[in-house]
Design a protein around this ligand. Structure first.
Ligand code: CMC
Length: 430
């Protein structure tokens, strides 16, 4: 808190609002007493100028293209660390020592299996259901399977629920995939790393051995790191809002998954790849660029632009490199989709419209291409995002529950509906 304050004047009413400073980033005007002092609310749909909470987890500077987790730059974590280490960092606030890491990996690994009854739960879904629909349902159902970790007032149960969620999410996602394609579920293997185990559960079949390619496993791990947390985005805010009422963490994460599904958020990597398929060949790119610029056409270049980054998304740079590593490893050179993607990237980065509006390729642009090369169908892309983001949702949920100032989230509104009027009996209505 600084000793400065912001003055608010409305006619003859004055309000003194505290100015608060974070470690880095712009100061915020604390408007919690504004209504009490002045009788007016603030209006900010989309939260363009509103900090919804205080947090110590992630910092983004969109103009600089900077993303820090607990102070560490994302590129250092992605290039030198691994996903479970990043999970530890997000959950506990510090990078683990070698012993702490060993213990954490052991604890997560011991929770990878899901209750056997869960496998029957899947069969209630249609095989052609979108895997995200299955994820919303099956993650929501976890609270029906793990009653012993839903008491949010108990710190031990909170941590058990957190570890369960990080550990089981790959298993649940892989089961959603296997069910979707009609193959038998593959049980987790605890001798494998987090990313290796996920690839194994998705791509192994009982009738032949599955060799895990270390380059692909590393790429999978990077995708998980790059999507682990991203401050107060829509799905994280959804998890916090759901959790603010005291709902259990499994239910809150299910709410986050529902929000993530949308094409403006986590669904963008799927939408980006669908768009590349629709464009089909390089010669059709100008037509789509023209549509993206046309104010009367709702079409947008999926995988471009970001609410916060008005510079290159730092995750996109790492993802671009990882994407090329995967394509080289798999010997994919003449993929027409990739050709369209590279040309689109080149044109958009040099086009006045995109430069002026600061619309850069975002992480979803490259992750979609990488995931396709790894062998995932587009319908699974957002599911993988959900697996990675689970730790961020859980870390943010825990932080909120452990905040002594936490209150139920209850936004107000600007009402523009009908004014007060009297009920009219049906036979008197015109
Ligand atoms: N293609 C063409 N024009 C665009 C695009 C785009 N992808 N994105 C924004 N614009 C234009 C928009 O039409 C507007 O123009 P004008 O000022 O003339 O009205 C201007 O840029 C600002 O757009 P905005 O809608 O005010 O920006 P926003 O911050 O509300 O939207 C966004 C951010 C990510 C929803 C948007 O850029 C978008 O829809 N992108 C495509 C979907 C996408 O890739 N989403 C993934 C985001 S990253 C992953 C995640 O965080 O989940």
């Amino acid at each position: 808190m600084t000793d400065q304050s912001a003055k608010f004047t409305l006619g003859s009413t004055n309000a003194d609002l505290a100015l608060r400073s974070g470690t880095i980033g712009p100061d915020v005007v604390d408007v919690t007493s504004l209504y009490k002092q002045s009788g007016v609310f603030t209006y900010d749909p989309g939260f363009s100028s509103t900090a919804s909470c205080e947090s110590k987890i992630t910092y983004i500077d969109g103009d600089e293209g900077m993303l820090l987790h607990r102070g560490y730059p994302i590129d250092q974590l992605a290039e030198r660390g691994d996903y479970l280490e990043t999970c530890y960092l997000l959950l506990y606030g510090e990078l683990p020592t070698a012993r702490e890491k060993e213990d954490f990996v052991y604890r997560v690994t011991r929770h990878t299996m899901v209750h056997e009854q869960m496998s029957r739960f899947y069969t209630g879904f249609r095989r052609d259901a979108h895997p995200m629909a299955v994820m919303v349902g099956s993650v929501g159902a976890l609270s029906a399977f793990y009653h012993d970790s839903t008491d949010i007032a108990d710190p031990h149960q909170r941590m058990v629920a957190s570890l369960r969620m990080v550990a089981k999410m790959p298993t649940i996602a892989a089961m959603a995939y296997k069910y979707h394609i009609g193959q038998p579920f593959v049980y987790p293997r605890n001798d494998l790393s987090y990313a290796e185990n996920f690839l194994h559960m998705c791509f192994a079949v009982p009738c032949e051995p599955y060799r895990i390619d270390p380059v692909l496993a590393r790429a999978m791990d990077r995708i998980f790191i790059l999507h682990a947390d991203h401050e107060q985005n829509a799905s994280t805010s959804t998890v916090r809002l759901a959790g603010s009422s005291g709902a259990n963490p499994f239910a809150c994460v299910a709410a986050g998954i529902a929000c993530l599904w949308g094409p403006a958020h986590g669904g963008a990597n799927e939408a980006a790849l669908n768009m590349l398929t629709e464009i089909g060949s390089k010669d059709r790119i100008p037509e789509f660029i023209a549509r993206a610029k046309d104010k009367n056409d709702p079409f947008r270049l999926m995988g471009f632009g970001h609410r916060v980054y008005k510079n290159y998304d730092p995750r996109a740079k790492i993802m671009q490199k990882t994407c090329h590593e995967v394509l080289d490893e798999l010997g994919i050179k003449d993929d027409p989709l990739l050709e369209v993607a590279m040309e689109l990237e080149h044109i958009a980065l040099n086009d006045e419209y995109f430069i002026e509006k600061k619309l850069y390729p975002n992480v979803d642009f490259y992750s979609g291409i990488t995931l396709k090369a790894l062998g995932f169908p587009t319908a699974m892309f957002t599911v993988l995002f959900a697996v990675a983001r689970t730790v961020g949702w859980i870390a943010q949920w825990k932080e909120m529950i452990e905040d002594p100032h936490q209150r139920i989230g209850r936004p107000r509104q600007l009402y523009t509906g009908a004014p007060l009027r009297d009920y009219v009996p049906v036979d008197e209505r015109s």
